[in-house]
Design a protein around this ligand. Structure first.
Ligand code: PGA
Length: 254
């Protein structure tokens, strides 16, 4: 069984007051998403507060990015070992905003993923096509290229063992335009097929892109959608909790 997973990506939003309120709200509603793996990824500076507020709750937390380097003169970077020592469990890697704005290439995401795994973090690797690519009917080609950077590694099987994937069509991120459950399912099935073997059956693949309380259940009802990576709707505890609760629907069918 693939335990459903819902992770909030706060991006560059929040303050100490907001983080505390949001985390308190998530913890208080715990019984609503019993059985679902839940996590939040706030900006680095809010991690201490989030760690403290979530302590003992079972809600996981982590970062939105990590350095591909171990340590050294890399101004502005944070290493996987630092995150792990601090108690983080999760790290988002290769988000489309990082790919588009900060030069995260397919090759760089693999290096970051290696660092994350070497330190014992659980990486959430994001893939997804732009609107232009979808319109040109290149969705599978783009997602395959992003995945193959990982699958072509000599130790790909080992890398796949401790990994979560997130399919996030760029045109659906922050736009209010969600992929239909059928559109998302088709790409999730494609990803699982490309990975193949026993690794594919065990791997959790999240959907991300304008997931809201009103559309989460129908997305999570798809056979290959194991949960969500949530942006805007993760900033309000009631919305985020409702999405986490929607993932409970998968427990009945799993
Ligand atoms: P969104 O963001 O839910 O605001 O579309 C998702 C993401 O970027 O991970």
């Amino acid at each position: 069984m693939r335990t459903p997973l819902v992770v909030g990506n706060w991006k560059m939003h929040g303050s100490c007051a907001m983080a505390r309120e949001l985390c308190d709200g998530i913890v208080a509603a715990r019984s609503q998403y019993d059985g679902v793996d839940v996590g939040v990824c706030p900006p680095y500076v809010l991690l201490p507060l989030v760690a403290e507020t979530l302590r003992g709750s079972g809600v996981r937390w982590g970062a939105q990015d990590v350095s591909e380097q171990v340590s050294g003169a890399y101004t502005g970077e944070v290493s996987a070992a630092m995150l792990k020592e601090f108690g983080a469990e999760l790290v988002i890697i290769g988000h489309s905003e990082r790919r588009a704005m900060y030069g995260d290439t397919d090759a760089l995401t693999v290096l970051k993923l290696r660092q994350a795994q070497a330190s014992g973090l659980l990486p959430i690797l994001c893939v997804g096509e732009t609107l232009e690519e979808r319109k040109a009917d290149r969705t599978e080609q783009v997602v395959a290229r992003q995945l193959d950077a990982l699958l072509q590694q000599a130790d790909a099987a080992a890398l796949l063992e401790r990994l979560v994937l997130a399919y996030e069509p760029v045109w659906a991120i922050g736009t209010g335009e969600t992929a239909t459950p059928a559109q998302a399912q088709a790409v999730h099935a494609f990803i699982r097929g490309r990975i193949g073997g026993s690794a594919a059956g065990a791997l959790r693949i999240l959907y991300g892109g304008s997931v809201k309380p009103g559309n989460a259940s129908e997305l999570f009802a798809m056979p290959d959608i194991d949960g969500g990576l949530i942006g805007g709707a993760a900033l309000k505890s009631e919305d985020f909790v409702a999405i986490c609760a929607a993932a409970r629907g998968r427990l009945a069918t799993a």
